[in-house]
Design a binder for this molecule. Structure first.
Ligand code: KIV
Ligand code: ZN
Length: 389
């Protein structure tokens, strides 16, 4: 039996950018989009075209210049939004319109003031309208997790009938649990009419710290697209972190039995590109890309790792793009070596930042002898963390 392949849909530049502290300039969005393309994500959600002229321009520039992934733009279920999304993605070789509408009782009653029938009518009309402009249309039932099952099935069936090629089931408020979402996806896989012509997608938020676990559980239930963001950024507590999801699938392939095309050796570079674009750095204990992710301070752990890294490491630093280039950094090393090693880790060191990092590096080298990658990441993270926070 072949292993099913998961579509990695990256929303760093839309849901991620939407969150406070992560706003990006047009140029910064383009740099991050290039890093995401180098990672080989399948879809880049480049923005929300109707949100601002700047965002529409950024999407258009990404669509014009970034090759490889499908370029997608978000649109509410209005003709104006859909037209703006279609215009922004027009230059891309492969493009997608992503339109969404709230389906839960809370969204229908308090946000939209719409009846069930009106919601279904809006989905029907606007998925059809989007399909006239693009062959690849994704529909999201916002707050799907808190939507009545029968109504969710009805809403997604109508979207599929009108030509949606991806049906997204967002946990908009990060409320679900792994068992619940597996069960929901199993139910949708067998009850949505027209599901054989569409891909079921999961989009989990991290309000209860379960976005990655819930996304993996949705895959178990039949999701074949996962929506993620680099460094886990996104509304409130963020989205499912791309790096966590793809490394979980890689390290525990036995448990998840799906594959993806991500070049994991580009993860650190993409994480750094985003941190520099937003001037906001992942916490040092962040899984996979945090400065401590491969650091060992306690004597017992250091002793174990020096004998064999597998005693306390389940992944190799090189697997996520932390270079081991044979250069040993110690108290005799100069600025060139420091700058080169920092660059390989995605840090640009110059001017005052270089002076500060170099001074700290010498102090640490005096203390520990060899400054390994984990310690260096820690020094570099401290410099930037001080600036960002
Ligand atoms: O969280 C959410 O529901 C969203 C949708 C727009 C997909 O971000
Ligand atoms: Zn979201």
């Amino acid at each position: 039996m072949t292993t099913p392949r998961i579509t990695i849909f990256d929303t760093t530049l839309r849901d991620g950018e939407q969150a406070p502290g992560f706003s990006m300039t047009e140029d910064a969005k383009l740099r991050v989009a290039r890093a995401l393309a180098a990672l080989r994500v399948d879809v880049i959600e480049a923005g929300f075209a109707a949100a601002s002229p700047g965002d529409a321009r950024a999407i258009e520039q990404i669509a014009r210049t970034v090759e490889g992934p499908v370029i997608c733009a978000l649109a509410r279920t209005t003709r104006g939004d859909i037209d703006a999304a279609a215009a922004a993605i027009a230059p891309a070789a492969r493009r997608r319109i992503h339109t969404f509408l709230g389906t839960s009782p809370t969204h229908r009653d308090y946000k939209l003031g719409m009846t069930r029938a009106q919601v279904l009518e809006a989905i029907k009309a606007h998925v059809a309208y989007a399909r006239e402009r693009c062959d690849d249309v994704e529909f999201s039932a916002e707050d799907a997790i808190r939507t009545e099952r029968d109504f969710l099935v009805e809403a997604l069936s109508i979207a599929a009938r009108e030509g949606a090629t991806t049906l997204n089931v967002p946990d908009t408020v990060g409320y679900t649990t792994p068992e619940e979402i597996t069960d929901l996806f199993r139910h949708l896989s067998t009850h949505v009419e027209g599901i054989e012509g569409a891909v079921l997608s999961t989009h989990c938020h991290d309000d209860l710290g379960m976005a990655v676990a819930n996304s993996l559980a949705a895959i178990r239930g039949g999701a074949r697209q996962v929506e993620v963001a680099m460094n886990g950024i996104g509304e409130r507590a963020g989205n499912c972190a791309l790096e966590d999801l793809v490394m979980a699938i890689r390290v525990r392939g036995d448990a998840f039995q799906v594959s993806h095309d991500i070049d994991t050796t580009r993860l650190m570079g993409a994480s750094r590109a985003l941190a520099q674009a937003t001037n906001s750095h992942p916490p040092r204990n962040k899984s996979i890309v945090g400065a401590n992710a491969f650091a060992h301070e306690s004597g017992i752990h250091q002793h174990g790792v020096l004998q064999n890294r597998e005693t306390y490491e389940i992944m190799k630093p090189e697997d996520i793009g932390i270079q081991t280039d044979g250069i040993v950094l110690g108290k005799h090393s100069g600025r060139h070596a420091l700058v080169a090693r920092a660059k390989a880790l995605g840090f640009v060191l110059e001017g005052d930042a270089l002076d500060r990092a170099f001074a700290t590096f010498k102090l640490v080298a005096d203390e520990v002898g060899i400054v390994d990658t984990a310690r260096l990441l820690s020094i570099l993270g401290d410099q930037e963390g001080g600036r960002a926070n």
